[in-house]
Design a protein around this ligand. Structure first.
Ligand code: MG
Length: 393
């Protein structure tokens, strides 16, 4: 017999009263005995790390396609950076680091190959067939598509991790999803850990996209000095270290931007939680608005940076060319597989057939599952195999 759950957490650092705890978890869809040497949220994190979808993240584009260079972020390194930022904040705020880390590592599992270009193309293909949304796909992977365990499909994660993965959701999908979709029907927030991971995602990608954009030569520091968040830190570095080489200036500036955002996030969120008188994780979920956020001034600076990146990096013609190419690959594959399902690998033929038994769009959904699961290079190879007469296998 195992002892009753202790008042103190069994694993990990002391938590604030408003943190999520495994003892107060809404549990797993398929009940399982508690792990002996880990918390329930650690087990979630570990199952995510051991999943196939997690390993695929290494070969999925963040902004730059992986063959453009070895040093650019991919979905895996992005997810690790999100986890790092989210965990630092979680510890400072007394939130549950294990849950935070689990959500961070799983948050992008459902991304298609070729980043947002791929998602956009697949969503267009699925427009009249229920649509495609990477966020929902992440949940579909951990609930259903990973098939490794003897007793259930998916990873059978706790409610709190699943809820944290589902950042947005239409009313129609929420109705279908049961408990995990409920907050999209009746209002309310996810746990503070989920709110935090959402913010850490933004901090991570805004900053690493600046870094990658500079490395790729698509952005310049002069250009970035038009953005307050960058300029202030850049000037600090320049005046403190005159004559410092450019690459170090770049890194010192970006690390100061991350520090400014993270510090503001911690201080502002702690004050907001206190001001709201939040004493438990349920009270945070019932609160009418998110409690983890930037101060108004930092939110403004962050918006300015995002706008800059949209205009100068994501819409840069070199990124745009790849975007168009990626969309063509996804669209071609989708059309070929839905027109003739026998082109699918056998495992996915079975998968699509099973889905089609209960759903008029089941075949298309099965094809979307196959395409969404591809890495960039797998998608390129599949495209060659199907459309290039000289590629036989
Ligand atoms: Mg992300």
């Amino acid at each position: 017999m195992w002892p009753e759950p202790a008042a103190e957490p069994r694993f990990g650092p002391r938590l604030a009263a408003y943190a999520a705890t495994p003892e107060r978890s809404q549990g797993r869809v398929h009940p399982e005995p508690s792990p002996r040497y880990r918390s329930e949220f650690q087990r979630d994190r570990d199952r995510i790390v051991h999943s196939t979808a997690f390993r695929r993240l290494k070969y999925k584009t963040q902004v730059f396609v992986s063959h453009e260079g070895d040093l650019f972020r991919n979905r895996l390194t992005h997810s690790l950076e999100v986890a790092q930022i989210a965990r630092s904040c979680a510890r400072a705020l007394g939130l549950n680091e294990d849950l935070t880390e689990a959500i961070a590592l799983a948050h992008d599992l459902g991304h298609t190959p070729f980043g947002h270009a791929g998602q956009h193309a697949l969503n267009n293909c699925m427009r009249d067939r229920g649509g495609f949304e990477h966020n929902l796909q992440s949940l579909r992977i951990v609930d259903f598509l990973e098939q490794h365990y003897a007793e259930f499909d998916g990873l059978n994660l706790t409610f709190e991790t699943r809820e944290g993965i589902l950042k947005h959701c239409s009313q129609e999908n929420a109705l279908r999803l049961g408990l995990v979709g409920e907050r999209f029907l009746h209002g309310g927030q996810p746990t503070l850990e989920a709110q935090l991971t959402n913010m850490a995602d933004e901090v991570a990608y805004n900053n690493h996209d600046v870094d990658d954009g500079l490395r790729a030569g698509l952005l310049t520091m002069e250009q970035l000095c038009g953005v307050e968040l960058f300029r202030e830190r850049y000037e600090q570095v320049r005046s403190r270290y005159p004559g410092l080489e450019e690459r170090r200036v770049q890194h010192e500036t970006v690390r100061r931007m991350i520090d400014a955002l993270v510090s503001d996030l911690i201080v502002t969120s702690r004050a907001a939680i206190q001001a709201a008188g939040i004493q438990g994780s349920e009270a945070a979920r019932d609160f009418p608005e998110p409690l983890i956020h930037f101060s108004p001034d930092m939110a403004r600076q962050n918006r300015e940076l995002k706008r800059f990146l949209r205009q100068n990096l994501y819409h840069h013609h070199r990124v745009y060319r790849m975007t168009v190419k990626a969309q063509r690959i996804v669209r071609d594959l989708f059309e070929a597989f839905t027109e003739d399902a026998k082109l699918l690998p056998e495992h996915f033929q079975d998968h699509a057939r099973r889905l089609a038994e209960n759903d008029e769009h089941g075949l298309a959904r099965g094809v979307a599952d196959y395409i969404a699961g591809m890495t960039d290079r797998h998608a390129i190879r599949e495209h060659d195999r199907i459309f290039d007469l000289l590629t036989l296998i």
